[in-house]
Design a protein around this ligand. Structure first.
Ligand code: XIL
Length: 302
């Protein structure tokens, strides 16, 4: 077993990475991606501001480069993301309620239609809950104008467009059991009871010393899986270095492997050089594309 993707596949999972289109032309970036990973998530290229920066004017060029790269190599693609408060162009927030509803459903429809049949899982809604103990929804144009039903509406629209894609809710600080994950759990339970189409929950899993891998990570993944959805680790990165970082990565892999409905793991970047955490070293390959102890630990755990 030589690569992350092959090792994960032997366990019935995928092993993916976030990808930036503007790095695909870098030989070592592309060769590391192609050798190691069997799933990709566009890091920014499918976000609302990248695709529909101007209303009704859709630009798929950068995202298409990633999807084409992945498809020609047999990699899965995670679609990220359709409805999110961040990286949202200003015009969306300026709309009135009726217009916003139309714009949200049109955005979902246009983007999912363009990629129909090419996406394994879509993050339909991203980060709709607040941090902290309230379990409340986060303020956003969608929440504030459409009300709490916007998530259900987004999922129902998404299902009508591409019935072959798995539809996920994705969030962070929901990796362990806490007020935020309890609120997401209650939503998913309600959706399953009422037949709202949801197939999966994504756990971003951005970890650092303030937010380490939770001791109840596996138990939390399992309780969601027990609701009848798949669970996926969608944006994994772990600040640190050496054996401590390696042990944390191994713990994440072991948690996923212990939950039969944990279908895959995505790390949030190929190399530390391009991590969104530019001050840190949270990924599996260093800035020279050398394998880190974290890489060896992941491969050993798979
Ligand atoms: C980050 C990207 O990595 C950065 O390049 C960008 O500047 C900001 O967004 N949660 C998410 C991801 O769902 O889309 C975010 O990605 C990281 C946090």
């Amino acid at each position: 077993v030589g690569t992350l993707g092959d090792a994960a596949a032997a366990k019935g999972r995928y092993f993916g990475t976030a990808v930036a289109a503007n790095h695909l032309g870098e030989a070592q970036y592309a060769s590391t991606l192609d050798a190691q990973f069997d799933s990709v998530t566009p890091e920014n290229e499918m976000k609302w501001d990248a695709i529909e920066g101007t209303r009704d004017s859709f630009n798929f060029a950068s995202a298409d480069r990633i999807v084409d790269h992945a498809q020609s190599r047999g990699m899965k693609v995670r679609g990220h993301t359709l409805v999110w408060h961040s990286q949202l162009p200003g015009w969306v927030g300026g709309l009135g309620t009726a217009d916003l509803r139309t714009a949200m459903n049109n955005h979902i429809t246009q983007v999912m239609t363009h990629y129909k049949g090419k996406i394994d899982s879509w993050d339909v809604v991203n980060e709709a809950y607040q941090d902290g103990g309230s379990g409340a929804r986060r303020s956003s144009p969608f929440q504030d104008k459409l009300g709490s039903g916007f998530i259900e509406e987004a999922f129902r629209t998404a299902r009508t467009v591409d019935a072959g894609a798995k539809l996920c809710y994705n969030d962070y600080n929901t990796d362990g059991q806490n007020a935020k994950s309890n609120a997401v759990y209650a939503m998913v339970k309600d959706f399953k009871q009422r037949g709202v189409p949801i197939d999966c929950v994504g756990f971003q899993s951005h970890f650092n010393s303030n937010s380490p891998v939770p001791s109840d990570y596996r138990a939390n993944l399992q309780r969601f899986a027990d609701l009848g959805v798949d669970v996926q680790i969608t944006e994994l990165d772990i600040e640190g270095s050496g054996s401590a970082q390696a042990a944390s990565y191994a713990a994440v892999v072991n948690a996923c492997l212990a939950v039969s409905r944990c279908t895959g793991i995505t790390v949030w970047g190929v190399t530390d050089k391009y991590s969104w955490r530019s001050s840190g070293t949270p990924l599996l390959f260093d800035g020279n594309y050398s394998r880190k102890p974290a890489y060896d630990a992941v491969l050993a755990a798979l």
